[in-house]
Ligand binder design. Sequence first.
Ligand SMILES: [Zn+2]
Length: 653
Amino acid sequence: MKHLLISFLFFIASFSFAQNSRTIDFTKAKAKVLILPSQQKVSGTINYTFNAVQNDTIKIDKRDSEITYFRINNVEWDVDSDQFKKEKILIPIEASVDYQLEMTYKASPKKAMYFLKQGDDWNIWTQGQGKYTSNWLPSFDDVNEKVEFDLTISATEGYEVIANGKLKEKKCVAGFCEWKYDMKKPMSSYLVALAIGKYKKQLETSKSGISLEYYYYPEDSLKVEPTYRYSKEMFDFLEEEIGFAYPWQNYKQVPVHDFLYAGMENTSLTIFSDAYVIDSIGFNDKNYVNVNAHELAHQWFGDLVTAKSGEHHWLQEGFATYYALLAERHIFGKDYFYFKLYESAYNLGRQDISGEGTSLLNPKSSSLTFYQRGAWVLHALRSIVGDEVFREAVVNYLEKHQFANVETSDFMVEVERLYGRSLTDFVSFWIMQKEFPYDQAFELLKKQSPYVNEYMMIDCKVKTSKCAEQLKYNISDDAKVKIISQTPEIVTSDTFKNSLKVRQAISKYVIKIPKAIKEDYETLLEDKSYLTIENALYNLWTNFPEDRATYLSKTRNIVGFNDNNVRLLWLVLNLNTPFYQADNKQGLYEELVSYTDKSYNADLRINAFRYLDLIKSCNDKCLSNLEQAKSHHNWRLVKFAKQMSEQVQQNKK
Ligand SMILES: [Zn+2]
């Protein structure tokens, strides 16, 4: 999984105890599920096959679902009895193989399955990790129970239904279509997923022959290329780099409306936020490349081998982060790679200073620790043991534990065996101890990357610094950004001749615009970056009141990202520019208020609420939308709505 805002979020560990010390093993599930979006209901039948090595108790998590029929082999159970009213079904079983269990159920899932509206159409999707698939499909709130889940899903005709595995058959009768998906291998319940919506798809085939399916909303055909850019390249690269063939039948990626995270690596079916569905300008600011690579890497690290418990969560997130970085190095080069490592080491160091650092094996670690420190461990380890040992150890680790569960020692044992020496010190230093080995990380980077070295040498805060000259030299873009952030006043006309990235830094840090660079600054409004345009529009409008109408008319048709960043700013600035388009102010205000409506995505709504609050113009409609937002499925919107509504109440008093 990848969070949209990593530094603010902490992973919620979602693990429970294993099915009685593995004496019971569920092997197969055949589930038929009917989705009724208008009632926000699910019903279905599941057939489970399981074995019991000795007399024991089976456990199935069903949350609030109502069980309407239950049978084990030929024995039917009274579903009105107490044991079917609890969240977990517990039934004693005698040792035997090939038990057949059949049940039917009904559920109105409050989480893990979400029914969203996009205009007149439904967009339905699931999120198992951290939310429990058992909310919509009786299954196992236990990552250690791996089952081959074959889903057959019925939904209204006209919608596309996407689930784990390969589509075997689609039948339509009387306005409903049944989509039969087939898996060949087992997975943990949290990786079971489906997405339903109005979609089209583009297909590619990997070098190894795996079908890659890129889904998109019908109106987004022009965004397919920038959104999915480098997908096949990264797929081919990771298969070769990992050295272990992609373990599933195909790979599907589906954007969904108002997703909870950046992306989620459901087995063979990555679901990601449609905020990453971008045009070629958005690509420069906020592309899907990193999330794409991260979720793909999870198909091995997380889906094929799954951490036994929260303690070993880094075996998922650290590996996914590290391999995503390798894929990005393949595309963007080694300077990019080392600079990202530099940034994460820097952030980990700051986390320690603020007293929030933890051991990598602490299940309550921050995302920063699980993801970035985890990736750093692998980078440092590889630097010590060498490429060959590292890659072979990874292959052995995957081969030995495929379709099963792992802990940290399972991986380290493989590395030690090939390395031929103990790595106990490495483990205690890099993995176990609370502090991130900041100094060692920087020493390593200095040795490995002249690029990072150059960057680290720059410090415009010292009196003897030569930043003004350095800005003119042939130093890296990242180094120039650092200089501009520290000393925005030294920006000259010449500085504007730099890349998009450096120009973006100008728009961000040069807030007071000297007359001498006014004309250069105005050219930022034409950059292929929605962030640059947003910053520049605001700063120009503030610095040069006499030219406000010019700036507004230049940017009037730009919307920006899917949170309408440029459009919302434009509306607010326009409302505060009395003489510009004076007769249309009411219409513009209503447009701004309309973005607080529930039909829009959470980020856009937060943005609109924030602006309306800022200009103290949250009217009745806005207030009622704010009230309604408090029960949204996205906790960031809920938190925001509660805070803002409290603020509004206080202001009234
Ligand atoms: Zn992840």
